[in-house]
Design a protein. Structure first.
Length: 367
């Protein structure tokens, strides 16, 4: 294999694929990235961790077609440190790959291309397209609620399903729930319920930053593939059943509190400075047209802040985890957030307005 490619193009593409590669691997080939030069003038880069695979093709000058696999993180570091604007020449032969740019020269060990594992996609019967901006919104508004608890592996991803002729995405960790609803795209009517793993969500979100237009989504009950222009992301899905989250969405919370999300978030952030690391509890005293935020910490002392609000029901005292509350408030885009309350022990519903796409549920804390 012999190919020449501009450093910035190679670096950008390597940045996409190498983050899939785990730092520690028991199988050596999984630490490598596959480089495949084709006579059509393209260089294909591919990396996998056996559950997730990113495959991207970029333009290159190819003198000799061929393929090699090299250590992903080392190769990425080399390319990152090469001078800007340089042309990188890659030559692979007899178990080595030479990387030459300007006066720099590297010889890297390679592993055989035939040993490189490729995820078998099988049939992907459900296919539809989503605007990249919509997919970004789905991820941003739900991923903070993904669980990191391995014992409840079925919560370690975003649940995507069709219900009531809408496409819905949800994530929960038992303390908070985030759900986004949107119009069902054409072709998604017979879609199976799927849980997209958190690592796939993170890699997809990185790739989406550079995609305009639409993303092609193809899926089966066990695999999903996202076509993002020059890159293709394929992932296995979580094999489990997501709980019926509709049961925890409160429908009878009759106390409505309206606030400015920015001043609310800043107030919570300020008083939480002295909250103990373990509980991060912030108490809210809700009274007519004002909310008093307070934190009492045995180690640090106390903090209070008063925020103007729109509220006309009975006074209420309720506590929340400051971190969880801030995660939700950071996703609210408008200038009002509606907080639907019932009592100090009941789940609380947050959203921008009645018809907004995103809805959040937060469990209160004892304070």
């Amino acid at each position: 294999m012999k190919a020449t490619i501009e450093r910035s193009v190679l670096l950008k593409s390597l940045g996409h694929v190498q983050s899939v590669v785990e730092r520690r691997n028991t199988i050596p080939i999984l630490s490598n990235v596959l480089l495949e030069a084709s006579e059509e003038g393209s260089l294909r880069l591919m990396a996998t961790d056996l559950d997730l695979q990113v495959d991207e093709s970029v333009a290159a000058q190819v003198e000799q077609a061929g393929a090699a696999t090299v250590p992903a993180h080392t190769f990425h570091d080399i390319v990152r440190k090469l001078p800007e604007g340089s042309q990188v020449q890659l030559t692979a032969a007899e178990g080595k790959m030479q990387v030459v740019a300007g006066r720099s020269r590297f010889n890297l060990s390679t592993l055989p291309r035939d040993d490189f594992p490729v995820i078998a996609e099988g049939e992907l019967p459900t296919r539809f397209e989503l605007p990249a901006a919509t997919l970004r919104q789905i991820i941003d508004k739900t991923r903070f609620a993904i669980s990191s608890e391995e014992t409840r592996y079925y919560l370690m991803g975003i649940f995507l399903h069709v219900a009531d002729d809408k496409l819905k995405a949800a994530a929960t960790d038992g303390h908070r729930l985030a759900r986004v609803t949107m119009d069902r795209p054409e072709g998604a009517d017979a879609m199976p319920d799927i849980i997209i793993p958190r690592k796939c969500v993170a890699e997809l979100r990185k790739l989406l930053d550079e995609v305009e237009g639409t993303v092609e989504v193809s899926l089966s009950p066990t695999k999903v593939r996202f076509g993002l222009g020059s890159a293709v992301l394929t992932s296995k899905l979580i094999d489990g059943t997501f709980p019926d989250y509709n049961r925890v969405i409160p429908t009878a919370n009759d106390k409505l509190l309206k606030l400015d999300p920015k001043s609310f978030a800043q107030g919570v952030d300020r008083v939480a400075t002295i909250a103990s690391e373990k509980t991060r509890a912030v108490k809210m005293n809700v009274d007519r047209d004002k909310v008093t935020l307070s934190v009492t910490s045995p180690e640090s002392g106390t903090a209070t802040e008063e925020i103007a609000a729109d509220y006309g029901s009975d006074p209420l005292e309720i506590g929340f985890n400051a971190r969880y509350l801030l995660d939700i408030l950071q996703q609210v885009e408008g200038d009002t957030v509606e907080v639907h309350l019932a009592d100090a022990a009941a789940p609380t519903l947050l959203r921008e307005k009645d018809d907004s796409a995103a809805l959040y549920v937060l469990m209160p804390m004892r304070v």
